[in-house]
Design a protein around this ligand. Structure first.
Ligand SMILES: Cc1cc2nc3c(=O)[nH]c(=O)nc-3n(C[C@H](O)[C@H](O)[C@H](O)COP(=O)(O)OP(=O)(O)OC[C@H]3O[C@@H](n4cnc5c(N)ncnc54)[C@H](O)[C@@H]3O)c2cc1C
Length: 386
């Protein structure tokens, strides 16, 4: 068992932290104020991330990506998590699901995504199909040499910026152990495709500058060559990488919580009331101790799941535990940090209010806390099922 970082891993952490501090953090205030990341700023971050070797760090080296293993990636995600979500998102790590591209799709979608020329978004959720994704109503019907897609997706992050969409649509029905269920196919759809309308979604409390959209498909034609992976096997393709995506959420929560703890510690050490630093009151210092302990525990869960993923021994419940614990930990840590700051914590001039507000979505997207608990408890009970 080895808990220390190698010299390469330490170098990675140091250089990503420096990148965050010089290339991203200076724009946090602007993004918060305007709720927008200027296209030229996105381009600048893209270019500098490519130069620094951080762009597409999750993608295989032979395709032009960074080729980082899971542990390296999670260390990077942790550091990126320290800054505004909208800014760090421009240091793109293209969806792992794109690795399922084959034939002409590799040149049309995968490689341009790795080079930073094209950006994707992922469209699964619908107004009536959230946690229960298989109940989706968007359907892709075979028609001649392709499909006709009809339906509505909502909460689709980054669809305003993206060039193409990884779309999930019902493509038929099949019998399963639990009765009839929908077959789902995944497609690569260019945003300019006729019959696709992209509309901005309602404003969210979390992650200013990072927006979500509604996608309306009305007789939208997509070719057979746009099927990602195999027809009717859309969830198989998605599930292969879902855990790794959830782990990135957890790793970012650790980074954000570390920043909140640093801010709170600094404040507790310098803010004086009743003639002494508030950190000298046990009510404050014990909060700091609990925060540090919970952050360390979450980090261990993240890195252990990443290590197991690198060894090929990871299970869904490893990812689920890391996501569940780290996202719930972030809520507690940012809340404690804000309490330690008192009234100042709520003021928008400081990043703390943002860290606290941004924490809320992490327990919802990429599978709610309740869904993570399902995954963990199912794994516990499975051996006892008759
Ligand atoms: C800002 C934002 C961005 C998003 N970006 C994307 C995106 O890019 N692409 C995309 O496809 N989706 C995206 N989503 C959707 C996100 O993944 C869903 O919101 C999430 O999966 C939950 O679905 P829901 O909101 O419909 O809630 P619901 O599924 O309706 O859940 C409501 C509540 O019921 C609980 N619940 C549901 N089923 C169960 C159960 N079986 N057991 C116990 N409790 C249950 C949930 O845990 C939750 O507390 C985004 C969401 C948000 C808020």
């Amino acid at each position: 068992m080895q808990f220390g970082l190698t010299s390469e891993q330490q170098l990675l952490v140091d250089s990503v932290r420096q990148f965050v501090e010089t290339e991203l953090t200076p724009y946090e205030e602007e993004v918060e104020r305007t709720d927008h990341v200027r296209p030229e700023l996105i381009r600048q971050i893209h270019d500098r991330a490519i130069k620094a070797g951080f762009y597409a760090a999750n993608m295989p080296e032979e395709l032009g990506g960074g080729g980082l293993d899971h542990v390296g990636l999670m260390l990077m995600e942790r550091e990126l998590g320290r800054t505004s979500f909208a800014l760090q998102y421009a240091v793109a790590r293209p969806s792992n699901i794109l690795r399922a591209c084959k034939g002409a799709q590799i040149e049309r979608y995968l490689k341009p995504a790795i080079r930073g020329e094209r950006v994707e978004c992922l469209a699964m959720t619908e107004p009536n199909a959230g946690s229960d994704l298989r109940s989706m109503k968007t359907r892709a019907e075979r028609d001649g040499d392709g499909y006709v897609v009809n339906g509505t997706k909502h909460f689709i992050s980054y669809a305003d910026v993206a060039d193409f969409i990884v779309l999930f649509a019902a493509s038929g029905v099949e019998e399963s152990a639990r009765g009839e269920r929908k077959k789902i196919t995944s497609f690569l759809v260019d945003k300019a495709t006729p019959g696709l309308d992209v509309r901005m979604g309602p404003k969210s409390v979390s992650h200013r500058g990072f927006h979500h959209c509604e996608l309306v498909f009305a007789d939208c034609r997509v070719g057979r060559d746009q099927v990602l992976g195999e027809e009717h096997k859309g969830f198989d393709v998605a599930n292969q990488w879902l855990g790794a995506t959830r782990l990135t959420v957890a790793a970012q929560c650790v980074g954000r919580a570390q920043r909140a703890l640093e801010l709170a510690t600094q404040w507790a050490a310098t803010r004086k009331q009743f003639g002494q630093a508030i950190g000298k009151f046990q009510g404050t210092s014990f909060k700091l101790a609990d925060m540090a302990t919970e952050i360390a525990a979450a980090e261990l869960l993240v890195l252990k799941a990443a290590w197991k993923a690198d060894q090929g021994t990871v299970a869904d419940e490893d990812f689920a535990m890391a996501k569940l614990y780290a996202t719930e930990m972030l809520a507690r840590v940012t809340d404690h940090a804000l309490q330690i700051y008192g009234g100042m914590g709520l003021m928008q001039d400081l990043p703390l209010e943002r860290l606290w507000r941004d924490a809320r979505v992490e327990r919802i997207w990429d599978g709610t806390s309740e869904i993570q608990r399902h995954i963990i408890s199912r794994a516990l009970l499975r051996p006892h099922e008759g």
